[in-house]
Write a protein that binds this ligand. Sequence first.
Ligand SMILES: [Mg+2]
Length: 254
Amino acid sequence: MNILVTNDDGINSEGLKTLADTLKEIGDVYVVAPDRQRSAVGLSVTLEHPLRIRNVGEKTYSVDGMPADCVTLAVHNILDSSPDLLVSGINDGQNLGYDIYHSGTVGAAILGTMFGIPSMAVSIANKQFDDTYEDVFWYGSAAQIALKIARNVLKYKLPIGTYLNVNVPNVPLPEIEGIEISRHGSVTYDIEIQHRLDPRGRKYYWVGGEFRRESEHSETDLDILRQRKVSVTPLRLDLTDYSVIDELSHWIND
Ligand SMILES: [Mg+2]
């Protein structure tokens, strides 16, 4: 059993290391991850400059590219054959709602799914989500959850084109209230752009935002996570809106 582990927080991320060590229980783990922080790059790929792979440990490689580059190079260059499973994470911070469109953690799982590999993204919530969380990250707990779900993905299989987005509350394992299937909500951010001047008097901008915390429906990823449960959202590569096809076909040629 070959398992590919990657992330978007970079090769030195504690979440990545904990995940890789934990998954060794069920297979040969290959780590191929960006050489630096690459959060929020989504499914970006590097086309305009060469990529370098560095072997930085046993079955461990860093790439000076994006998470999706890591998956491509792992599958088509580093590993001898396609892995049986891809696990991306453990991301430092939740990936909820529309985060899935920005997330490099999820992006790696999307590309894995495109390559036909059963794939899952795993994230642990941070204090931005719940300010009562402790200052430490309980990566070991999240890794145990990832291990349990990975085992079941291998045992029961996912449909072709489906991948999982897993979000784990940042609490010790005994305090996790269960694992529940969710749908992704529409969680987004109140965008805040700060303007400042650099030392040469030129303007620069820093894009950020406050996590919007309103509740939507009890079955969304946000609400499941808020209940201190693990949220597992099944996602599909196919983004077609089938509900509108009939109506659209009536007026698109009008
Ligand atoms: Mg990240």
